[in-house]
Structure formats: structure tokens, C-alpha cells
Ligand binder design. Structure first.
Ligand SMILES: Cc1ncc(COP(=O)(O)O)c(C=O)c1O
Length: 417
């Protein structure tokens, strides 16, 4: 079998996730992955180990404390390698919302009155509200609006907004409603031509393939580890040279101790340490499918990224085609995934029925999904969708199966009015 023909071994994948053999969760076809993913046993094992054997304040001399600290450092190092960053460019916080808030609070010191901040109306509010608050410090807020016909952010519109006063552009790598992958690398290049900073929200992107932050050349990039098969934490990447210039928001005597200067206080120790399990899961996936051992962590991640994208595309495209074929359903975003241009995060509304009604019917059919605005309420408003009732969102990751899709399509077939 040539390397290009390798397909994801879905049975192997699912065997790594205890949820699929747990009587409570196994009965569901799980389509709420954009809300939060299941975790592989490696994560649970590391969490268990930390809590059982090393649940003490880390970094003291005695062995269990040293071990706790080593595991926390190891998790940071592995995640840095996975996204092609350095250890001192990784900040672990409570959530992406918290990380963005703390970052914007620090970055206000870069602004002069009249400086411009560009936010989008496609983003989740986590990457909007924190930046809009900079108005209180004299910033002028500009909105990069989606095209309300196709829900896409168009580059021409950004070109119109950028100016010599632009200081910050905050944009999602992938929308949690539209699913489209925005060309963050090209956007970063444009933003840097104006000497401005770019902040990428990778929360809806990272579960489908860990990014290479250096390749994207973003200044900051955030994602939520609880959606990438880990515990409830957020990871923020920041370029070291920029972190060095930000003010210390931690204890006075920690000044200069980048990256601990950004977040007041430290990360959740046990959860940070069990991120080793996410790395191990991806490493195991690589070794289960490929033989070459002499490649870097990042190279392995890229191989696994390709493998999971191919699987996701295969299972999601028939669902997109089915929804598109229905005159009574409004699909949000592209109707086909081609070359990773869309995540399998599929949102829709029915013309005749509320999203709440449809979601409840799907739940009755064993489909774990929900209706909501998913905090992308500006996006829904721009699309003329009731922000209370929201959309029905069916989101998949690589552990979803063809059977899940068949079950969802069959349930949708019964919903005709
Ligand atoms: C695209 C996107 N950005 C940001 C967030 C906020 O993440 P957190 O819950 O870690 O604050 C979410 C959460 O759903 C999201 O989907």
C-alpha cells in the first residue's frame, strides 16, 4: 500500500476512546464535537496518575513533586513541538475566552487613541468581545463583515478596511457556524504589510489538524484543548518577541519570566500534565498507520492531519450533499469539502420548523446535537437567523463513522413537513 493510499483505521481510533464502550455515551451518535470532544484513554491515564501519585505542589526536590513539574513541562514541550512553536511561546489558560481577554488587556498598552482594531462578524464572541473592549482605551473598532449570501469572509473587504492606523486584526481560522477555513497565512501577510498584529482563533480548526503556527506566521493563535481530545483548558501561542514586549500581568517579581507574565496565576496542573496523553494518542495514530520512525513530532502531526482530513471529508461530503439536496433546509457555508477548505462542522436551519424542534427530534433518534447561536451571534444576526433559536449544528471529528452519518441522514429523512 503506498503511503498516499493509507486510510484511517476507524476501529483502532474508536478503541482508544473509552466513551465508545461506555454504556451511557456509546448509545449516541455523537455530533456535538464542536462543543467538546471525547478524550482518549491516554489522557485519562495521565490524569489518573497525576491525581493518584503526584498531586502535590510541583517543582520541589522530592520525587513526586519533581515528577509533577516534569510532566507539566513535558506536556508544554510536546504541544509546542506539535504546533511548531517554542516552549516559551505557549500559554495554558482556563479557556480561549479567558486567554483572549487577558491578551487584549495586555495589548491595550500597544495602542494610541485613534488606532484601529479590526474584528469580524463571523467569529465566536471570544475573539470579538475582548478586542471590541479596546474602544474603552481609544481604539476605533472596524468590522470585517461576512458576505450575507454565502457567509464567507472575503479578502477584498479586509483590503478595504486595512489602513496605516490598523494595529490589530482578530480573525477566526475556521468559523464554528460556517465551517469555512479562512486563509490565515495570506491574511497574516496582508496584516503584517501594515505593521499590525494578527490574532487567529483556531478553536474550530485545531480539532481537525493541529496548525503550524510558524507557517501561518500569526502573532497569536488560540485553541481550546477540550475540543482537541484533552481536558478543559485553552492554549494560546504568542510570538516570543511580542510576548517580551507585553506588560507583566502576573506577580511583580515575575517580571521578565515570559510566558508566565501574561496570565495572572498558573495553569491547572493536573490538566496540563494530562496533555501528554493527547500527544501520545496522535503519536500512536501515526505509528499505527506509518512505519517511518525517523521524522519529527511536527512531521508526524502533519501525516496524521492528512489522514484525519481525508476521513472527515469522506464522511462529511455525503451529509453536505444530502442537506444541499433538500429545498426546505438552509445549509450554512460550503456544500462540499475540497482540499481542507471546510471543517465538518455543519450548521443548518429548516424553513418550516424551529431549530429547537429539529434538534429535539434528532436527539430522540439517538443523534447527540443541539441548537444554539454557539456564541457566534453576530454571524447569525448577519445571516438573518433568530439568535435565540439559532441553528442546528452537527459537528464531526475523525472518530465519527459512516454509520453515524447514515443514522443522521435517515433521521433527517423522517423530518419532512
Ligand atoms: C470558534 C470558537 N472560538 C472560541 C471559543 C471559546 O472557547 P472557550 O470555551 O475555550 O472559551 C469557542 C467555543 O465554543 C469557539 O467555538
Amino acid at each position: 500500500m503506498s503511503i498516499n493510499n493509507v486510510s484511517l483505521d476507524i476501529d483502532y481510533v474508536r478503541a482508544q476512546f473509552p466513551a465508545f464502550s461506555d454504556p451511557l455515551s456509546a448509545k449516541w451518535s455523537f455530533f456535538e464535537n464542536a462543543g467538546g470532544s471525547y478524550v482518549p484513554h491516554n489522557v485519562i491515564d495521565h490524569l489518573n496518575h497525576f491525581m493518584t501519585s503526584t498531586k502535590v505542589q510541583p517543582y520541589a526536590e522530592f520525587d513526586i513533586s519533581a515528577m509533577a513539574g516534569n510532566n507539566m513541562d513535558k506536556a508544554t514541550k510536546l504541544f509546542a513541538e506539535m504546533i511548531n512553536a517554542s516552549n516559551d511561546e505557549i500559554i495554558i489558560g482556563a479557556s480561549t475566552t479567558m486567554n483572549m481577554y487577558v491578551l487584549s488587556n495586555a495589548m491595550k498598552h500597544f495602542l494610541k487613541p485613534g488606532d484601529e482594531v479590526i474584528v469580524t462578524n463571523q467569529d465566536h464572541e471570544a475573539n470579538v468581545g475582548a478586542w471590541r473592549r479596546l474602544k474603552e482605551h481609544g481604539a476605533v473598532i472596524k468590522e470585517w463583515k461576512i458576505n450575507s449570501e454565502n457567509a464567507e469572509l472575503e479578502i477584498e473587504e479586509l483590503k478595504r478596511l486595512l489602513s496605516d492606523r490598523t494595529k490589530i486584526v482578530a480573525v477566526t481560522h475556521c468559523s464554528n457556524i460556517v465551517g469555512s477555513v479562512n486563509d490565515l497565512k495570506s491574511i497574516a501577510k496582508m496584516v503584517h504589510e501594515y505593521d499590525a498584529y494578527i490574532i487567529g482563533d483556531g478553536v474550530s480548526y485545531a480539532p481537525h489538524g493541529f496548525p503550524d503556527v510558524k507557517h501561518l506566521d500569526v502573532d497569536f493563535y488560540a485553541f481550546s484543548l477540550y475540543k482537541t481530545y484533552g481536558p478543559h483548558l485553552g492554549l494560546l501561542y504568542g510570538k516570543k518577541e511580542i510576548l517580551d514586549q507585553l506588560p507583566n500581568q502576573n506577580h511583580e517579581f515575575l517580571d521578565g519570566d515570559v510566558p508566565y507574565t501574561l496570565n495572572p496565576g498558573g495553569p491547572n496542573h493536573e490538566e496540563l500534565s494530562c496533555l501528554i496523553g493527547v500527544y501520545e494518542y496522535f503519536d500512536n495514530l501515526y505509528h499505527h498507520h506509518y512505519k517511518n520512525n525517523r521524522i519529527s513530532v511536527r512531521e508526524k502531526i502533519e501525516k496524521v492531519n492528512d489522514l484525519i482530513s481525508k476521513h472527515e471529508e469522506e464522511i462529511a461530503n455525503p451529509l453536505l450533499a444530502y442537506i444541499e439536496s433538500r429545498d426546505d433546509i438552509r445549509l450554512i457555508g460550503k456544500n462540499k469539502i475540497t482540499n481542507k477548505n471546510r471543517a465538518p462542522t455543519i450548521a443548518f436551519t429548516f424553513n418550516q420548523k424551529s431549530s429547537k424542534f429539529i434538534s429535539s427530534e434528532l436527539v430522540k433518534n439517538g443523534i447527540a446535537t443541539r441548537n444554539d447561536n454557539f456564541y457566534a451571534w453576530r454571524c447569525l444576526k448577519a445571516l438573518g437567523i433568530d439568535t435565540e433559536d439559532g441553528v442546528v449544528r452537527t459537528s464531526m471529528v475523525h472518530y465519527n463513522t459512516q454509520e453515524d452519518i447514515d443514522k443522521l441522514i435517515n433521521a433527517l429523512k423522517t423530518l419532512t413537513f
